[in-house]
Write a protein that binds this ligand. Structure first.
Ligand code: MN
Length: 198
């Protein structure tokens, strides 16, 4: 069974001015799509098992082209849902309570998440995860992702250069600041926390 490119949860121009239409056309239409095309090629060639779900393909593969492309499909699909037009601000309810419990304050969380995302050397991802009954901030290189480390992903920020160069050029810290202030879909993160705690 072929893997398909999931639809963007909003229009390519919906995150402007924080991420431009050109930025999303490249990131979603070219980069995310290329990972889907590559994985389907591996399935056709018998290098990946097309009868498995994407999560199963990721869990069954170790470092290499199949893992890289499968994990990048998962990471990008998750990343798009982590944002919404008029997002950002602060979370409420159970997520807000957990953030205060595990990071001291929302400002404490923001500082950790920003540092992890900005200081990830080279290409990768900043993450808020659920691990051993609490929240944690991590980062990963290239295609690596929480499910390979016994963690449940709650929120991610793509810090590959392709994610922000079209809008911010080399200013990764500005992109991460705007991501938190104007783009994060806290409803999606709250839903993920609920599922992780089940
Ligand atoms: Mn990306």
């Amino acid at each position: 069974m072929a893997i398909t490119l999931p639809p963007l949860p909003y229009d390519v121009a919906a995150l402007e001015p924080h991420l431009t239409k050109e930025n999303l056309e490249l990131h979603y239409g070219k980069h995310h799509n290329a990972y889907v095309v590559n994985l389907n090629k591996f399935i056709e060639e018998g290098k990946a098992d097309g009868s498995k779900s994407l999560d199963e393909i990721i869990q069954a593969s170790s470092a290499g082209p199949v893992f890289n492309n499968a994990a990048q499909i998962w990471n990008h699909t998750f990343y798009w849902s982590c944002m919404k037009p008029k997002g950002g601000g602060e979370p409420k309810g159970a997520l807000a309570d957990a953030i205060v419990r595990d990071f001291g304050s929302f400002a404490g969380f923001k500082e950790k998440f920003t540092n992890a995302s900005v200081s990830q050397f080279g290409s990768g991802w900043g993450w808020l995860v659920w691990e051993n009954g609490k929240l944690a901030v991590t980062s990963s290189g290239n295609a690596d992702l929480p499910m390979k480390h016994g963690q449940v992903a709650l929120l991610t920020c793509d810090v590959w250069e392709h994610a922000y160069y079209p809008t911010y050029k080399n200013l990764r810290p500005k992109y991460v600041e705007v991501f938190l202030a104007n783009l994060v879909n806290w409803d999606f993160v709250t839903k993920n926390l609920g599922l992780a705690q089940k």
